[in-house]
Write a protein that binds this ligand. Sequence first.
Ligand SMILES: C[S@@+](CC[C@H](N)C(=O)[O-])C[C@H]1O[C@@H](n2cnc3c(N)ncnc32)[C@H](O)[C@@H]1O
Length: 179
Amino acid sequence: MGAGLSTRFHRIGKNADRWLDLDLPVVTELRSQLDTQTQQHQFVSASVMDFDWMDTLTDVAPENILFIAEGLLAYFEVNEVQQLISAMRSRFPGATLDVEILGNYTKISNKNFTKIGAPLKWFVKDEQDLTAMGLQVVNVGSLYQLYPERWPWQWQILLKFLTQFSYFRNGYLIVETKL
Ligand SMILES: C[S@@+](CC[C@H](N)C(=O)[O-])C[C@H]1O[C@@H](n2cnc3c(N)ncnc32)[C@H](O)[C@@H]1O
């Protein structure tokens, strides 16, 4: 959802029965110039907020679906996120939804997002905000704590210290949920 030009299918999706990359028409057109659709890997031109896209998934059992919303939900108002989650819960109960959510700490970078016409609108306190929306939180990790080996050692020390503080830890959360 809001797949952008993500190459995740080519990296890890080859074993999926079907992989849909959904984004707005302008982005899907660009993707079509760079990549080729197949029966297995399809591009869906739609806004996630026009819920008709959910009809493309009527022939799949919800428990066999993994939705990924990375770098997407923070661009919507909280009531829009709630509407989307409620619609997905009623259509796909039991499906997995993995989301990236941003905490108040991230507000400091919003000036830059606003300058390029993509202001961030939804900031969470922590993963409990997802529970309050009806999602079941299965797993949660701070981006700053996941894969520490990917950071230079000086950063590893700094991040270990800073993520003791919830304000910083909740800046970027990757959360696995059940609808
Ligand atoms: C920051 S990018 C993230 C791209 C990709 N998920 C990633 O992590 O690399 C946000 C994406 O969300 C898409 N997007 C924004 N509003 C959307 C909407 N209403 N429906 C579908 N996609 C949307 C944008 O076009 C953009 O490709």
